[in-house]
Design a protein around this ligand. Structure first.
Ligand code: NAD
Length: 356
């Protein structure tokens, strides 16, 4: 029997649990070691995840020959340092977003992965969400000629702690709005030019908390991202809509559906098609039965559970390591998103539209 992949988790904070749930659910990997500068965090999570080893120094974890791959769940400013060291130690790397804070840092990581013949994958988890994958197919085949995308992030949480410090997070656009960037590019194709206005509404912040970004895509389509993290607590709206000349697609939120409807809707030929998970499907059908005379609709079942984005992402990482495949979000892909966001910062600073 092939032994499970031994994973070392570096950074045992908030997001690490979502990744580990994925590793444990997949079954082809086990958590061998946990590292966090706060030993208490590391011990608590190691116990919960069945890991044998606890480290407070990531360099010691990297010397452990039993570890095959590391899962970097650290603040963005550490992705480069720990990423390069892990790759140089011959470990496969799955790192959280953003890949790193500068293009040079991304290049270092890409070169280290090549030099050591190991996998480097960046955690753009929302690309593994089935409604986004179906939306992409619908945009390509079922809305006619795509025209424009509108993507939103309204997060009801202030950018407190390290998230509000650009030296650690790279800025709120880099750390939080990033999901809207990689999803927009996934749905519409390569970005050709950007124009960006950023604002700071919370006095205590060192970085922006609101952004309006215009995107021009290589295929001649257009897009906007409107994002902020200063709304009322508990508001979370991360919708995306794409209009074509024969139809439209609405991704009605990823983590939550603020508009109280199905997570994915497609309109074409006078009919709405709703995509829901099994649980919502039952409720939706009940609701729709009441007003069915006025609405032309069809309902499809789809896995819309946000937490499963991490499961599908981690499963893909294991596939890449075990089957020697190139990650869907490789170092080069992760770097391109960092480049687009850095160009937006430049546009905000200069007031210019900039081509990439
Ligand atoms: N994909 C998503 O939806 C999503 C959501 C939240 C966070 N993230 C990303 O995940 C990363 C981590 O975010 P988080 O919310 O889990 O942060 P966090 O602050 O909760 O966790 C970071 C952990 O790293 C530890 N740490 C700091 N320096 C260390 C070092 N040198 N060695 C070992 N451990 C160290 C801290 O003690 C902390 O426990 C960030 O890049 C963030 O952007 C992604």
């Amino acid at each position: 029997m092939v032994r499970p992949l031994n994973i070392g988790v570096i950074g045992a904070g908030t997001i690490s649990s979502s990744h580990v749930r994925g590793f444990l659910k997949d079954g082809r990997a086990r958590i061998d070691a946990v590292c966090d500068v706060f030993e208490r965090h590391a011990k608590m999570k190691a116990e919960r995840w069945g890991a044998k080893k606890v480290y407070t120094d990531y360099e010691l974890l990297l010397k452990d020959n039993e570890i095959d791959a590391v899962n970097i769940c650290l603040t963005p400013n550490l992705h480069h340092e720990v990423g390069v060291a892990s790759l140089e130690a011959g470990k496969h790397v799955l790192t959280e977003k953003p890949m790193a804070l500068t293009l040079k840092e991304c290049d270092d990581m890409i070169a280290a992965a090549k030099r050591n013949n190991v996998k480097l994958m960046v955690g753009h988890n929302q690309l593994y969400w089935p409604p986004h994958q179906v939306a992409k197919q619908l945009i390509e085949k079922e809305i006619g000629k795509p025209i424009v995308l509108m993507s939103i992030l309204h997060g009801g949480w202030p950018a407190h702690g390290w998230r509000g410090d650009p030296r650690i997070a790279g800025g709120v656009m880099m750390e939080a709005f990033i999901h809207r960037f990689y999803v927009s590019r996934y749905l519409m194709g390569e970005v050709k030019r950007v124009s960006c206005v950023l604002g700071k509404t919370a006095a205590h912040l060192k970085s922006e908390d609101v952004g309006c970004i215009s995107l021009g895509f290589q295929n001649g389509t257009y897009g906007t991202i409107t994002a902020n993290v200063g709304g009322p607590p508990a508001v979370w709206d991360d919708r995306t809509e794409v209009v074509g000349d024969q139809g439209m697609v609405i991704v009605n939120g990823v983590q939550d559906q603020i508009l109280q409807g199905p997570p994915l809707l497609h309109y074409k030929d006078g009919m709405w098609r709703n995509y829901c998970n099994e649980r919502i499907l039952d409720e939706t059908i009940e609701d729709l039965k009441m007003g069915a005379e006025q609405v032309k609709f069809t309902t499809y079942e789809l896995d819309t559970n946000f937490l499963n984005t991490f499961f599908y992402m981690v499963k893909h990482f294991i596939d890449c390591v075990v089957q020697d495949k190139t990650p869907f979000v490789s170092g080069e892909e992760g770097k391109r998103i960092v480049q687009i966001i850095l160009t937006c910062y430049e546009s905000a600073a200069t007031g210019k539209t900039i081509s990439l």
